[in-house]
Design a protein around this ligand. Structure first.
Ligand SMILES: [Zn+2]
Length: 335
């Protein structure tokens, strides 16, 4: 039996609904197979808190305009703060737009701000560094270039972002939330836990139906998968939230059950990757990605497949089940 979705938050994409006490969920469209990102909106004495404002493109801005007025949220003066769980474009994208309209501060974990400045640096150039990273991991030149181009999303982050720290407490509406650093999906991703009401705003750390992408990227610290799985193990003993409000997909209630499923998924994935090697032959990470992931992936999906494969190969070699052979192109061999 797998963890069941909640009956909360059953509104369609583009609509807003009150899903928990004073917390509203706005389902914003995204131009990716994910279909939507959930922004959580909470009214308070000094204005609204917006958690994860969504991907910046006209469809999402239109939804914001329409639904904010429906719930009495004034985009030009009624926002107290904008909280961003991590630097990915579907979460941080509209932070600058909301900040410019409302003058509300934007908050993120300190290390994530630094990474966001690097990733979304407009002076970064045409992504040559990323092309080299892809080629080094076994992609052919003619696939690497269109794949690298899919990172060029024109994201502009706010000039000023206010740093927060793990363990900080944050008042959001009627709730008292604690900031919990949960690495893996990005290095300085965080969740917000309100122990009193047993509710967790999970960002992309815990998702139902899909598993968060855990990948090695040029800017990430080593061992994202190990850090992700360790974080899941820690959470399991730290608390059990009765309601989990994730960044994508359905709301759910069985936090511990979902953590168990996510850990099992990655254990299976490690076995699959290990089995994907031909006997004793060194293979590139991209060779393995093509064997393990389905055919016909778009360039956008290919880079996630490769990053996810790298994260698993890294953990296989850290646990003595594979070894990496350095060279102009990196290869691994199963042990
Ligand atoms: Zn994300």
């Amino acid at each position: 039996m797998s963890v069941a979705p909640s009956s909360l938050g059953s509104q369609p994409i583009g609509a807003v609904e009150r899903v928990f006490d004073d917390v509203f969920q706005l389902k914003l469209p995204v131009p990716f197979p994910l279909r939507f990102v959930s922004s959580y909106l909470v009214p308070g004495d000094r204005g609204w808190t917006v958690i994860d404002p969504g991907f910046d493109y006209p469809e999402a801005r239109d939804v914001w305009e329409l639904r904010a007025s429906e719930i009495g949220l004034d985009l030009d003066g009624g926002i107290e703060k904008v909280v961003v769980t991590h630097l990915h474009p579907d979460h941080i994208g509209l932070a600058r737009w909301l900040h410019e309209r409302s003058d509300a501060p934007v908050l993120m974990l300190e290390g994530e701000i630094e990474n966001a400045r690097e990733v979304w640096n407009p002076a970064r150039g045409s992504g040559e560094e990323f092309v080299r990273f892809l080629i080094r991991n076994g992609m052919d030149d003619d696939i690497a270039r269109p794949t690298a181009e899919t990172t060029d999303l024109g994201v502009r982050i706010p000039d000023e972002i206010h740093p927060i720290q793990p363990g900080d407490s944050m008042t959001i509406g009627d709730g008292h939330f604690r900031v919990i650093h949960t690495p893996g999906h990005s290095d300085h991703h965080f969740m917000l836990h309100d122990e009193g009401r047993s509710v967790l705003v999970a960002g992309d750390h815990l998702l139902l139906k899909i598993t968060p992408n855990i990948g090695v990227w040029p800017y990430t610290k080593p061992r994202p998968l190990e850090r992700y799985m360790d974080s899941l193990e820690d959470l399991r003993v730290l608390f059990e939230a009765e309601t989990v409000l994730p960044g994508h997909g359905p709301i759910f209630h069985d936090m511990g059950g979902r953590i168990g499923e996510l850990l099992a998924h990655h254990e299976e994935r490690l076995d699959e990757m290990h089995a994907a090697f031909s006997d004793g032959e060194p293979e590139t990470p991209f060779d393995i990605a093509r064997r393990v992931f389905p055919d016909g992936l778009s360039p956008h999906q290919l880079r996630f497949a490769l990053a996810e494969t790298l994260a698993h190969l890294e953990l296989l070699s850290d646990t003595g089940r594979a070894e990496s052979i350095e060279g102009e192109v990196v290869r691994f061999r199963a042990i």
